[in-house]
Write a protein that binds this ligand. Sequence first.
Ligand SMILES: NC(=O)c1ccc[n+]([C@@H]2O[C@H](COP(=O)([O-])OP(=O)(O)OC[C@H]3O[C@@H](n4cnc5c(N)ncnc54)[C@H](O)[C@@H]3O)[C@@H](O)[C@H]2O)c1
Length: 372
Amino acid sequence: MIIGVPKEIKNREFRVSMTPAGVAELISRKHQVLVQRDAGLGSGFSNEAYAAAGAAIIDHADNVYAQADLIIKVKEPLPSEYSLIKEGQIVFTYFHFASSEELTKAMIERKAICIAYETIQKADHSLPILTPMSEVAGRMSIQIAAHYLEKGNGGSGKLMGGVPGVKPARVLILGGGVVGTQAAKMAAGLGAEVVLMDINLTRLRYLADVLPANVTCLYPTKSLIEEYLLQTDVLVGAVLIPGGKAPVLASKAMIESMPKGSVVIDVAVDQGGCIETCKPTSHEHPIFLVKDVIHYCVPNIPGAVPATSTNALTNASLPYLLQLADKGWKNACKQSGEIQKGLSIVKGKVVDAMLAKTFQLSLQDITESLSE
Ligand SMILES: NC(=O)c1ccc[n+]([C@@H]2O[C@H](COP(=O)([O-])OP(=O)(O)OC[C@H]3O[C@@H](n4cnc5c(N)ncnc54)[C@H](O)[C@@H]3O)[C@@H](O)[C@H]2O)c1
């Protein structure tokens, strides 16, 4: 199979979808790999390193798309990339379809085979390709919040951990999955007073056992969130309904009740966000204010630490890419329930039930797509 690795073009997105080591694996299995010139530079991988691994270096994105059977990316295709995608071409990337009807309709129109990293799911319901980026984003959310709490950056001037004799900052985390757990660990490690809320009681029991004593695990009700936000310095949005739009858990009125100079980080913004006042921002213009509350809603947080993120992403995506390349998308989906869960749109037909429901689109039975 011919696999194309285009350069990412989203604002300050420095990740690349494949490391030279990943390319070498594909080449050893007799696949061909086309890497767009300079695609890896942001992550520290030179064109020479890709060439040495056996890739052909291609000057322009349109030639990568034109020749490849499978395009592997990091972020969702942007409007300038839509027209490059060919009918029947496999596109394997983070799509986060539920946050963009425009992207969903564009991919339907292109008649591509869209396999979403974020909905590939193991039997235990974990999301193996989302997990490493959620680990990065969860950890970074607290680093970022600590930065914006500083007075010179517009915040309230509180030190996350306080000092002996002075209270630490209060951090509220909505969602105790991968992002929420990593955020809680980081905030607790810095000495903050942390509250983590999740509707999954089994998960809450587990987290209450393993997280440090300065993390309190609670079941979220509207009135409890309302009560806590009055005294919260940092709010992290970290809920997920796989493949669906995030539920809104904090209303505008609740956010406006937060102390002046507090910080909201809606990590779930890539799935539409779980905080009413959030709208996507970019690494270039990461924040905006809503009544003196700083909002940070960057949908590609891990793009800021590509040296870590690119390696973590390739570790997670390569085993699935190898199956797709070796067996073809149909056989890979027939033989792997995990990959089948990632199949979202097949040649113009939506096959992911949650996506069809989100935008009220007709749903094609996945077995029909696999037998056509
Ligand atoms: N902005 C970024 O750069 C970035 C990077 C990685 C992940 N993400 C996003 O972060 C979000 C969280 O990802 P994750 O990997 O932690 O997901 P996850 O599935 O591991 O965790 C989600 C948690 O949300 C909980 N939840 C669902 N509905 C809830 C509700 N109503 N109230 C409270 N909790 C609820 C679930 O029980 C689960 O524990 C996703 O939208 C993901 O796409 C964003």
